[in-house]
Design a protein around this ligand. Structure first.
Ligand SMILES: C[S@@+](CC[C@H](N)C(=O)[O-])C[C@H]1O[C@@H](n2cnc3c(N)ncnc32)[C@H](O)[C@@H]1O
Length: 382
């Protein structure tokens, strides 16, 4: 049965209010249609169901159908290195360190945090909590096994990270029991209350990119409220917390993270959401990737450090899925190293964005960035 635009818009609104997702119409239409067919409900009755309290379990199943749960062990090594080599030394000597992985998907991120932090914090009791809105993800995370070949992502010189895993069933590994003891999982919606406060480390990667502006604001408030003064927050490659009053950006190698300030200037003001710096040609390079959810229909993505092609592809894919997106400025000037493997990712994404009616602008004013663009024939890509 065809679903009218009003119903699709109603389902989109319900999802946005409940979990923050901003998704393209076709995704909502296709996934909601499948759920309606499964339940044998007419579109209007389905919408009425998920809008009511008694439809909570169906809303949960719809979230499972539309969410993106992509994850892997040791994702984005530069941030992990910053955590281990810069953040952890400052926490040494503590009897207990508490970590929250918000939007942990099937638990790989939590396992990674436990495995890398334990050798960096000898004598400290580690408590790593993973939360996700998905019941399926949390059930998988609690089972706690990972494909053995995922250990291929461990850098050669970090044998102590590999030692954090032991064999499970054939072809799979699990956390060493002493590490597994410090790990726990809860199903929780990031838009509702945080699962506590006073966390030393909050890790929320590749979650905010799927949210609309209002949801990002709410989620950032939860993250900021949960971290202890002096504690740190890490977000994903294409996400930024620049402009959040309580946080101060720090750079370690190629990674950027945020430290919660001790004084709360402007405490009465609502925490502004991530990403302030609209990227202007000729402005000094933005030190972190920037997405500004407050400029209507326009996003800015500023590359920094040594951009990872997989993460860039995911970030651009998430942008592509924003139904309200009209223009995207991609700033290359802040990247220290633009690898050749980024070029096809950018070319494909620009073509797909253009085909979706999005105006794309590649900004490269730095000589090195200009040369890279011209070497890869990307001048006309956007
Ligand atoms: C792309 S995965 C990222 C997983 C992991 N953080 C990583 O970077 O590898 C995004 C995860 O965020 C979760 N998520 C999305 N919206 C959420 C919300 N409102 N509350 C909690 N989790 C959410 C999804 O269910 C999904 O598992």
């Amino acid at each position: 049965m065809p679903i009218g635009p009003d119903i699709v818009a109603g389902v989109a609104r319900r999802l946005a209010d409940h979990v923050g997702f901003e998704l393209p119409t076709w995704v909502i239409e296709a996934r909601a249609a499948a759920r309606m067919a499964r339940l044998g409900l007419a579109p209007a009755d389905y919408l009425a169901l998920i809008e009511k309290g008694r439809g909570a379990s169906e809303l949960g199943l719809l979230v499972e159908a539309v969410r993106v749960g992509e994850t892997r062990l040791f994702r984005h090594v530069p941030q992990i290195a910053a955590l281990v080599d810069t953040v952890a030394p400052a926490l040494r000597g503590r009897s207990r360190v508490r970590v929250w992985s918000a939007g942990c998907a099937a638990g790989e991120e939590v396992a990674t945090l436990a495995v890398v932090l334990a050798p960096a914090l000898p004598g400290t009791t580690l408590a790593v909590l993973g939360t996700d809105v998905s019941a399926e993800a949390i059930a998988t995370a609690r089972a706690g096994t990972y494909p053995e070949d995922a250990l291929a992502h461990v850098p050669e010189d970090r044998a102590e990270w590999r030692a954090g895993f032991v064999a499970a069933e054939p072809g799979r590994v699990r956390l060493r029991p002493d590490l597994a003891d410090g790990v726990s999982f809860e199903r929780a919606n990031l838009l509702d209350a945080a699962p506590g406060d006073g966390f030393d480390i909050v890790w929320c990667r590749n979650v905010l990119i799927y949210f609309g502006a209002a949801a990002k604001r709410r989620a950032v408030e939860r993250l900021v409220g949960a971290v202890a003064v002096g504690g740190v927050v890490f977000v994903g490659y294409s996400e930024t917390l620049r402009g959040v009053t309580e946080l101060e950006a720090q750079r370690a190698g190629e990674a950027v993270y945020y430290v919660k300030r001790g004084t709360r200037r402007d405490a009465a003001r609502l925490t502004p959401v991530a990403g302030v710096a609209a990227v202007k040609p000729g402005a000094s390079p933005a030190p972190a990737p920037v997405c500004d959810p407050r400029s209507e229909g326009t996003e800015h993505l500023a590359l920094a450090g040594h951009p990872d092609p997989d993460e860039l592809a995911e970030a651009l894919g998430a942008m592509l899925s924003m139904h309200a997106l009209r223009a995207l400025a991609i700033d290359l000037d802040g990247a220290d190293l633009l690898g050749d493997e980024l070029a096809p990712v950018l070319r494909r994404a620009c073509a797909a964005l253009r085909a979706a009616g999005v105006r794309v602008e590649l900004r490269a004013t730095r000589a090195g960035a200009r040369r890279w663009v011209s070497r890869h024939g990307l001048e006309g890509a956007a």
